[in-house]
Design a binder for this molecule. Structure first.
Ligand SMILES: Nc1ncnc2c1ncn2[C@@H]1O[C@H](COP(=O)(O)OP(=O)(O)OP(=O)(O)O)[C@@H](O)[C@H]1O
Length: 652
C-alpha cells in the first residue's frame, strides 16, 4: 500500500508509492516550447502514453510507452509516477519535494536528481529561471523561511562535474574539488566552498549568475560538452549544548543529458567525452539499482558524482529520481527511461559503460551451485555460447543498454526452458551451465567473449565421483577440455612468437614492426594447418581427464564429440586462436608504435594518432582489447574493417 501523507495545501501527497524502494523514480513530460507548438503535427505530439500500471493497483505506479513509428521500442516502462505536460512544476513541488523538506530540516539528507535526454527540460525543472523558478528555487525558498522558525542556518555549494572531475562553481577560480572519506564513511569535499544564504534574493544572485565551468575540456566545443550541475543546500544547527554542529544536506542535480555516444562517432574526442559522461550516468543508475535492491555493495566509488552524493543517497536519505521526457520523438528519451526503469527493477541487472571493459574487471568466476571446490577449468566455448546467446537476444538494445544479469544461485537452480527475451538471459545461462556466481564482478553482455573467465567446477561425490551433469553441460565440458590443449598451444603462441621474433628486424624502439609480426603469425597459421595432431593426442589431452569427472550415467552426445573432433572443429578452434594472436599483436602495436607508424594504419589519421599517444600518456598500454578502440572513436564496423584489412595483408 502506498503511504499517503496529507499535504498542507490540500493535495494528497504520495510519499513513495512503493515504500520498500529507497529511490522514488518518477517521470515528467516537458511542456511544448512555442516553436514546437507551432511546428509539430498532432500525431507527433502524441508519442508518449502514460497508463496506470494495473487497473486495481492502489499505488500510483504507471506504465510509460512510446507510440511513434520511428522508434523500435514499444515496450512500456514502469515508473512510480509520471507527470504529464499539464501538470506543472508547482504540482511536482508540492507532491514530491515539500514533504522531503520537513525531513531535511529534521536532519535527514535528500537528493533530487533530474535525468533525461538533452533538451528534455531538466534545467527548466530543477533550476528554472528568475521568472519561473524551478524545484530547487522553490525548495530553497521554503527552507529559508522555515530555517528561521527552526533556528537553523543555511548555506549552499555549487559544483559542476565535467568528465569525472568536480569543480567548485562558487569560487571564481573554480578549483577542483577533492573527495575525501573520513571515519564511518563521512564524505568531506575539500575545495568546495559553502556560501551562507539569508534571503532568496541572495540565493538567486548566486544560483543564476554562476556560469558553467568547462575549462578542463577545451578540446571539446562547449555546445557539445555535457556536465552534471549540482546544488547542495546545507542546513546546520547546534545541538542543545551548543557544541556540535549538526548538518543535513539537500542536493539538486541537473544531470548531463543522456546521449547515444555513437552520434559523435566521427570525432574521437567527443566520443570519449560522451562515453565518460554516460559512464557516470550508468554508475548513478547502478547505485540507484543497488539501493533499491538492498544490495550490500553500492558502487559509489565508481564515479565522482556518486561519491559526492554518497551520504545523500544511501542510509536514511530521501532520493527522488526525476526522468524528464521530451514531448516529441527523441530516441535518447526512450533510452534514458529504459535505463531508469531498469534501475528500479528488482532483477540482478547492472549497467556498464561500453568503454570500461578491462580484462580484470570482466572476470566472472562461476562455480557449480552444488560446489565449493574449484577445478581449474576455463571454457572458451562456454563463454562463446553464453555470450553469443546473450548477444543474439540483446542485439537490438546493445547500444543503449549495457545491461547484464549476473549469475545467481536462484537462477542457477532454475531449470527453465531457454527463452529468447532479454529478461531470460540468466535462464539461458543456467541452461547452459548450472552455475552460481561466487565472487561476482560485473560482466557486460556485450563483452568480448574471449575475456570472460569462467571456472567450471563439479563437486565430487563423497566417493570422489562427480555429480551428474546434463547433456548440455556435458557438451560444454567436452568443449572446454577439447579446447584446452589447443588454447594451451595457442596461448603459448604469443610467447613463442616473442622468442621467434628475436631474429626479426626491429623498430627503432626495438620491437618488430607490425608487418613482420603479422607475417610471423601467418607462418604460424600455415604450420598449424599442416600439422594436425593425432586423434590420440587429442584424446589424451581432451577426453581422458574429462571422462574421469563424468558420471557414467550421463549421456555424452555424439554431436558434441563430432563437433570437436572433426577436422572442421579442429580448424575452427585453431583459427580462433590465431585470430586472438593477431588481435593481440595489433593491440601491442597500438600500445607501442610511434605516431608515423600509427598513421600507416587504416582508419588512423593525424588526429587519431595524436589521441592514441595522449591515451598512452594517461595510461600505459591503454588498448587491451578490441573494444578499447571505441575510446578513440572507432565504431564496431570500423574496427572489424581494420582487422579484416590487417588479416588480408597476410596473404598479399
Ligand atoms: N515545461 C515546459 N514548458 C515549456 N517549455 C519548456 C518546459 N520545459 C522546458 N522547456 C523548454 O525546453 C527547452 C529545453 O529545456 P532545458 O534546457 O531545461 O532542457 P535540458 O534537459 O536541461 O537540456 P540539456 O540537457 O541540453 O541541458 C528550453 O528552451 C526550455 O525553456
Amino acid at each position: 500500500m502506498a503511504s499517503v501523507m496529507a499535504d498542507p495545501d490540500g493535495l494528497k501527497v504520495s510519499k513513495g508509492s512503493n515504500p520498500s524502494k529507497k529511490v522514488r523514480i518518477i517521470g515528467k513530460i516537458r511542456g511544448f516550447t512555442d516553436k514546437e507548438s507551432q511546428s509539430l503535427t498532432q500525431d507527433s505530439k502524441k508519442w508518449i502514453t502514460v497508463k496506470k500500471s494495473q487497473e486495481n493497483d492502489s499505488s500510483s505506479k504507471v506504465m510509460v510507452s512510446f507510440e511513434s513509428q520511428s522508434t523500435s521500442r514499444k515496450d512500456p516502462y514502469e515508473l512510480d509516477y509520471c507527470y504529464g505536460q499539464d501538470e506543472d512544476i508547482d504540482m511536482i513541488y508540492s507532491r514530491e519535494i515539500k514533504p522531503i523538506i520537513l525531513e531535511v530540516l529534521d536532519g535527514r539528507n535528500a537528493s533530487v536528481l533530474a535525468l533525461g535526454a538533452r533538451g528534455s527540460g531538466k534545467t527548466y525543472t530543477i533550476q528554472g529561471s528568475r521568472e519561473k523558478p524551478g524545484l530547487a528555487v522553490m525548495a530553497m525558498s521554503e527552507i529559508l523561511s522555515k530555517a528561521m522558525e527552526f533556528g537553523k542556518s543555511v548555506s549552499v555549494s555549487l559544483y559542476e562535474v565535467v568528465q569525472d572531475h568536480a569543480y567548485d562553481l562558487s569560487d571564481p577560480k573554480h578549483p577542483e574539488v577533492q573527495i575525501l572519506e573520513g571515519a564511518q564513511g563521512k564524505i568531506h569535499l575539500k575545495g568546495l566552498s559553502q556560501v551562507s544564504v539569508k534571503s532568496i534574493q541572495e540565493f538567486h544572485n548566486i544560483y543564476f549568475s554562476r556560469g558553467c565551468f568547462q575549462k578542463s575540456v577545451q578540446k571539446i566545443p562547449t555546445e557539445q560538452m555535457r556536465s552534471h550541475k549540482g546544488l547542495m543546500i546545507h542546513v546546520s544547527s547546534q545541538d542543545d549544548n551548543l557544541k556540535t554542529k549538526l548538518t543535513s544536506k539537500m542536493n539538486f542535480v541537473d544531470l548531463a543529458g543522456y546521449e547515444d555516444p555513437r552520434r559523435n562517432i566521427k570525432d574521437g574526442t567527443i566520443f570519449t567525452e560522451s562515453n565518460r559522461t554516460n559512464k557516470s550516468l550508468y554508475t548513478l543508475l547502478n547505485v540507484v539499482y543497488a539501493l533499491n535492491a538492498d544490495e550490500k555493495r553500492v558502487p559509489y566509488r565508481e564515479s565522482k558524482l556518486t561519491r559526492i552524493l554518497q551520504d545523500s543517497l544511501g542510509g536514511t536519505s530521501h532520493v527522488l529520481m526525476l526522468t524528464c521526457l521530451n514531448p516529441s520523438f527523441c530516441q535518447d528519451s526512450v533510452c534514458s527511461i529504459s535505463l531508469v526503469s531498469l534501475s528500479r527493477r528488482n532483477a540482478k541487472q547492472v549497467l556498464v559503460d561500453s568503454t570500461n571493459r578491462s580484462r580484470s574487471s570482466a572476470k566472472v568466476k562461476v562455480t557449480s551451485s552444488i560446489t565449493s571446490r574449484k577445478t581449474p577449468s576455463t571454457s572458451l566455448i562456454m563463454k562463446k555460447q553464453i555470450a553469443s546467446s546473450v548477444l543474439l537476444s540483446r542485439k537490438k538494445d546493445s547500444s543503449i543498454l549495457r545491461g547484464r544479469k549476473l549469475f545467481d544461485e536462484e537462477k542457477s537452480n532454475n531449470s527453465k526452458q531457454l527463452r529468447s527475451a532479454p529478461e531470460d538471459i540468466s535462464a539461458t545461462k543456467s541452461k547452459l551451465l548450472p552455475v552460481v556466481a561466487s565472487d561476482v564482478t560485473p560482466l557486460s553482455f556485450e563483452q568480448d567473449k574471449s575475456i570472460c573467465d569462467v571456472n567450471l567446477a563439479m563437486e565430487p561425490r563423497e566417493n570422489g565421483t562427480p555429480l551428474p551433469i546434463s547433456p548440455n553441460d556435458m557438451a560444454i565440458v567436452l568443449a572446454e577440455k577439447d579446447v584446452s590443449p589447443h588454447s594451451k598451444n595457442l596461448d603459448a603462441r604469443p610467447g613463442r612468437l616473442g622468442e621467434e621474433n628475436v631474429h626479426l628486424k626491429k623498430n627503432e624502439d626495438g620491437s618488430p614492426s607490425l608487418t613482420e609480426r603479422l607475417r610471423e603469425i601467418s607462418n604460424n597459421l600455415r604450420s598449424l594447418c599442416s600439422s594436425t595432431p593425432s586423434r590420440v593426442e587429442f584424446l589424451d589431452n581432451a577426453v581422458a581427464p574429462c571422462s574421469s569427472h563424468i558420471d557414467p550415467k550421463t549421456p555424452i552426445t555424439e554431436h558434441a564429440v563430432e563437433r570437436y573432433y572433426s577436422p572442421r572443429g579442429t580448424f575452427s578452434n585453431r583459427s580462433s586462436g590465431v585470430k586472438h594472436s593477431l588481435v593481440q599483436e595489433y593491440l601491442n602495436f597500438l600500445n607501442s608504435a610511434n605516431k608515423e607508424e600509427l598513421k600507416g594504419l587504416r582508419g588512423i589519421g593525424e588526429k587519431r594518432a595524436n589521441y592514441i599517444l595522449e591515451c598512452r600518456e594517461e595510461t600505459p598500454e591503454p588498448f587491451k582489447q578490441l573494444d578499447d578502440l571505441h575510446n578513440i572513436g572507432l565504431s564496431a564496423k570500423q574496427i572489424r574493417g581494420m582487422m579484416k584489412q590487417v588479416a588480408g595483408e597476410l596473404f598479399n
